[in-house]
Ligand binder design. Structure first.
Ligand SMILES: [Mn+2]
Length: 279
């Protein structure tokens, strides 16, 4: 590590129209805080969306883990807000407590359950964490068969399932933990999740969706919808940026800028850096 002030913005910070981050899981050992801090030093944006599971409230309940680097991440994000970035926090299931503050602003950070982001080229993107559809996704095949009423019922059950589990302090059903146990099923789940979120965007009459939740960064067309997933900063260390022309790109940050090969640093942005094995 260099001895530079961690709060100072890098002079080489690249500026984007929008930056989307999700699934940081602050408050757990999973977060790769050093890499995230390095990423934040090198990336700035006019608008920053925090697309859920930023703080892991479920884990914090079962034992406090909050090292200085996690404070530094929060400070860094607040500093970007102070310096004029619009920061919008769209909570997820692990930070569901924040959903109680929908419509409020804290330290320049706006909290909202979902948002519609308009890209530079006029695409309307639904911004949502995605856990709202867990039950729909897990029963996607049945629900497709049963129709609209079943879909609405599943969404309603999902809300109450979370509330009741939270009330009784039962851990949230966690996709990432479950996926590790059921690798084959996880592949189906990812596909069903992507289809479900794209279908929801279509239902809402927008052009696409930006979500998180499944720790799997993707940008792809599903029918007419543009599906964008930010990934996470636990395993894959990814974020999504919107360029000034409205195009999206996945940024991979498995290594600090210092550790990245010079060529890769120069190229960064033109093409997403190839995925490297996480250390
Ligand atoms: Mn989640």
């Amino acid at each position: 590590m260099t001895a530079t002030d961690p709060s100072a913005d890098s002079t080489e910070a690249r500026r984007f129209r929008t930056l989307f981050l999700s699934d940081l899981h602050l408050g757990t050992r999973g977060l790769q805080a050093e890499l995230l801090l390095d990423f934040l030093r090198h990336h700035d944006a006019d608008t920053i969306y925090l697309v859920g599971d930023i703080v892991d409230g479920w884990r914090l309940k079962n034992g406090w883990y909050w090292p200085q680097t996690h404070n530094d991440v929060v400070q860094k994000l607040l500093r970007k807000a102070r310096k004029g970035a619009r920061v919008i926090y769209v909570p997820g299931n692990h930070d569901e407590f924040a959903r109680d503050y929908t419509g409020m602003v804290f330290g320049g950070v706006e909290v909202t359950e979902t948002d519609i982001h308009e890209t530079a080229d006029g695409k309307k993107m639904l911004v949502i964490h995605g856990d709202q559809f867990d039950i729909v996704v897990r029963h996607a095949r049945w629900l497709a068969f049963l129709g609209d009423w079943a879909y609405e019922l599943a969404l309603w059950l999902n809300i109450w399932n979370n509330r009741i589990r939270r009330l009784f302090g039962v851990g949230y059903w966690s996709f990432s933990a479950w996926a590790k146990l059921k690798v084959k099923k996880a592949v189906n789940f990812i596909g069903d999740f992507e289809d479900t979120l794209a279908a929801e965007a279509a239902r809402r009459g927008v052009d696409g969706v930006v979500c998180g939740h499944i720790h799997h960064a993707t940008i792809r067309k599903i029918g007419d919808m543009l599906y964008v997933n930010t990934g996470d900063f636990v395993e894959s260390c990814t974020a999504v940026v919107e360029h000034s022309d409205g195009s999206f790109e996945i940024i991979h940050w498995h290594e600090t800028a210092e550790a990245q090969p010079a060529a890769a640093v120069e190229e960064r942005g033109a093409i997403a850096a190839p995925a490297r094995a996480a250390a």
